[in-house]
Ligand binder design. Sequence first.
Ligand SMILES: [Zn+2]
Length: 524
Amino acid sequence: MDEIISSDLHGRLGKIALPKGDVITPTLLPVIDPRKNLISAQDMKNKFDFNFVITSAYLYYKRYGMPDDLKSIHETLDFDGNIMMDSGAYQVLVYGDVDIDPIQSLQIQSNLKADVGVILDVPTPPEDTYTQAKQKVEETVRRIGLSLTHIEEHPETIWTLPIQGGKNTKLIEYYLNELKQKEYLSHFKFHALGSVAPIMSQYDFLSLFSMIKKSRELLPHNIPFHLFGAGHPMIFPFVVALGCDTFDSAAYILYAKENRYMTNTGTYHLHELFELPCNCEICSNWTPKELLDTDVDTKIRNVALHNLYASHAELKRIRVSLRDGNLWELLVRRSKAHPSLYKAFKYLANGSDIEYLEYGTPITKQTGLKISGEDSFYRPEYSKGRKRIYARYTPNNSKVILLISSGRNNPVELLNLRSELEDLIKSKTDEMDFVFLIPFFGLLPLELIETYPFSQYVFSAVLSEGLLDNLKPEIEKFLKIFQYKEIVLCPLDTWENSEILIKLIKEVLTKKNISLKEKNFREL
Ligand SMILES: [Zn+2]
């Protein structure tokens, strides 16, 4: 990466300097056919600012034969932006084999002066057994070894390391460790995860997420990370949040050929739509019926253009979210698009991978956080906050007042609303500590309420069972670490949620040798 403008979760807004101009990431590389396209690469650049596209060295070979080095792929496609060439591995994944060898594939890419090239690896589709996949991984390692001389002799191309191993992430680990041991990694200035297209079409997003995460953990972050075959825009925010800088997709045109109309949350068949729910240049001027009634090429081109508009709009939304620091909120919204996506998101939201998502999340942000409920309990801003409290807070007294709030007003607002409470706290701080209970966070010492993000939020105040299940162990942990001997529960509003929260704390403290009282704050 040549510049990182901002980051959030494990994603980043950045810039890659390429031979035909800088590329702002995250971005999509539309897949272009080497010969015939209903939407040209130059149109992609002019209409959508896509100045980085991908085409296939193998398809070029099938269409035109072995190229000499007289005409670049840019001249063939009449395109002045950056071009990545895939080696043919995608065709191996789909059709089982290709009739060129790894060195021929590299030669095609070099003769055509690809800006970014890829070595011909062997994909590991999800149906492979462990043994089959391991053999393929070993063959890819062997092919990398064979390719190094060509790579060293052609430094004008930025060479990409394909990552194989498939859904068995132990094999990804084995593969990358082999490459490290053989000192192959330094030859590559781009990394790209392969074999995900069938996993994506099976909606196996959990496997996809763990493949990205495993690869990202084992590879240096200064190198751009590409995902081969990202498919649908509804997956874009997730793969960005997990660390993908670029991804390619032919879905815009493949879907159009089947009358499938993309939105950022799903797909419609043109026949199902009575109007087009979008304001792009196509949807503003056509009806579904007009599209279905027109000639095939016009229909495909127009639906593909809409699909690109939908993909492009989602990319821009993601980049804005990365800049504003609210990518998590976009994930929460998008996770509702499909049950499989929700399942995979819940895996991210359950706290087990939290350090991975904390990686790029800044300690402070310019914007407050929108908290709908349990989906945000383990968002990285709060998990980082809890860790800071557990590591650094020191109680001043053995007695603590737990100020039970619904979370509807943040602690700073609560004190502003009740000046008598503020006065009381000031007069009692030598005798007792004051700690706020915030339902979506846990216990927050008074001294920290102004620190980001503890009072910079808006909360729905919906206390779902899942939220309370998350809250309970955090209260237990806090009280275990800080060893208060005397606890006074002090509800700050008469709202029904106080009762639920008091019941929860009492459950936590059952059988513990701690004095527990309940008082109105005026009785303290
Ligand atoms: Zn549209």
